[in-house]
Design a binder for this molecule. Sequence first.
Ligand SMILES: Nc1nc2c(ncn2[C@@H]2O[C@@H]3COP(=O)(O)O[C@H]4[C@@H](O)[C@H](n5cnc6c(=O)[nH]c(N)nc65)O[C@@H]4COP(=O)(O)O[C@H]3[C@H]2O)c(=O)[nH]1
Length: 721
Amino acid sequence: MVIPAEQPFFDQAATRDGAELPCRILIVDDDVALRRTLPHVLAHSTRQFDECGTVAEALEKLAGTEYDLILLDYRLPDGNGLAVLDWLAERHRGEAVIMISGEDAIDAAIGALRGGADDFVRKPYHVVQMQRTVQNVLHRTALERANRAMSQRLHASERLHRYLVESSPDLIFTLDADGCFSYLNPRVEALLGFERAQLLRRPFILLVMPEDQDRIQALLQVCRSGRSDGFSIELRLRRNRHMVEDGENTYVTVALNGLPMAGEDGAGIGLYGVARDISERKRAEEIITFQAYHDQLTRLPNRVLFRDRLELAVAQAQRRAGMLAVMFIDVDRFKLVNDTYGHAAGDALLRNLAERLGTALRRGDTLARLGGDEFTILLPDISRPEDAETTARKILDTLARPFALPSGEFRATVSIGISIYPRDGKSAEELTKHADVAMYKVKRSGKNGFRFFDAELNAHHRQRVTLENDLHNALERNEFELHFQPQVSMAGRRVVGMEALLRWNHPLHGQIGPAVFIPVAEEMGLITDISRWVLDRSCHQLMRWRDSGHTDLRMSLNLSPHDFDRAGMVDEVLAAVTRYRIPPAQLELEITESMMMQDTEGAAAKVQALRAAGLGVAIDDFGTGYSSLSYLQKFPVSCLKIDRSFVGDLYGPALNPIISAITGIARGFGLQLIAEGVEQAEQVEVLRSLGCDVMQGYYFAHPAAAAEAEQWLQTPPCAML
Ligand SMILES: Nc1nc2c(ncn2[C@@H]2O[C@@H]3COP(=O)(O)O[C@H]4[C@@H](O)[C@H](n5cnc6c(=O)[nH]c(N)nc65)O[C@@H]4COP(=O)(O)O[C@H]3[C@H]2O)c(=O)[nH]1
């Protein structure tokens, strides 16, 4: 298609004074002399002349050729010039006609002009008059032709532009000064599902989704006031729900420009707009954004979004002096599900759990998954802490029913920590941390419950974190030390054994007892290295004492239940015994009753292996748990230690049924017996009367460093004497 704007609309040359385009002139006159003279009179370099004398000849010539001008005699031998005019009119011919006539009647002139003639010259005419008339008519004809060409081009141009606008993939529209549609291209039908006619004269703003109306209103105002030439904005447009199936919004970028227009009351400013459909892009962006802010597995908000919402909620609560709650939720024993049933089952449980947790919440609350088995909940508007408690109870209730997983039914419990704004923290970070601290406490005290944060908890938590950090470096920095407590035989009046007890000489806090740091080391997985160190050092010490003549001395050391989970544990012990040339029977490992109760096959097998290798194994706290005699068969130990809680109850010579039972069991199974925590002479007496000979406790000596302990080997503790 030719773009009309590329061609000039108007040929300037045609209208310049004196300049003429080439033209053909037909002279129709029965007066031969006149016919011959006229070309000379009207001669011009651009003009060509043709001539004839009758109507018939004229029509014949016109049938074969197009002329620019006909000089037509009114009266001709075979009719009058009007017949030629009629012929031309019938065929919509474009020739200009100057009627020449001897008739002086005004009627003839009028008739000729009505019949389509452009001018009329009366015979006899003056040459100059004829020349001027011809020139005028030719000039006018050229103008008309140029005009016609121009309007044709204008028409084509208008068609082209209309085509471009109407077939545009963008929605193109104009708004009048009141912001109503004055034009819309047909794209609106496909884009929004509205008929054009439905929208014409109606306000543009009605098409804009309510959420975006304020923004666009303000900009329209600025544009109409003439203060801005235009703007571009992203908007959501309403779709016609009856005509569009999905009923979603359409996202567009709209470029709007001021459009000066003449209104009824003078000039006003309308707007010209182009709206481009960006719904696809927006949807892609939405997916990307969703993924950035949501957890893939549960489709819940992730850590980033949760933090965002919490920060916002804190700001709002601050403004309205309100209260909010943060819950930190951890699934109890989740690792077990993963390890036992596999990750697919773990994922299924998390998804189901997320769904269940959601049912305990209200609209406006946020449930997020931080990762792993950790969830958080934001209750953005509560009136008192008890509201959070209600929600926590609801959550625990919803988990009462087991989950039906592909691998079978699974009952899940959770530990919930709760912090309250403003009581427990003023920032999102603090609130989350404190809820976590509270959750941690629930975990440590039995799981499956909830707990509010309190300041004391925090102090403990901080200490604990510091302890963990320091414990990491304690071995490397050589901060551990072994103390030894003698085990004395009352009959032999001598020290028969030493129990190695671990101490941590903390550079800041001084000596820390094992009861404080061993459980932490166990949780942190540091216990293996610590136990290896204890094994090595206690064997080394025993070797030294043996080397200095105390060859029948026995060394007891404590092992953690975690040590019995390690495959190479027995080999390590045997290697240490060999390394330090210790007869196996002189090394005794203390285990706890709780370890026996967990009853792992591996642990029993290890005890059996140690015993088979000749090592001694003692039950440290015998009688404190649900001591079952069957354990003693499964765990073939060599020694029972009477726990100090029983010894502490011994006052006076009264018989103690538990201790009697324990001594009876020891005797029955042929086991050694050691009483722990002996503090008073009366206890010594009672224990002796019950048949317990070997004792250990503050009555004899507090645990002490190797150098001091060594002295007891030379000179037994005074209490024995
Ligand atoms: N009230 C009272 N207490 C007495 C008396 N005589 C001794 N004790 C204390 O009782 C604990 C005896 O050790 P345990 O029952 O094996 O209990 C030990 C043992 O289970 C564990 N432990 C100690 N050293 C180690 C170690 O090297 N490895 C492991 N895994 N655990 C250890 O830490 C626990 C506590 O150790 P300690 O604080 O050293 O506390 C020791 C000892 O100092 C007494 O007459 N009265």
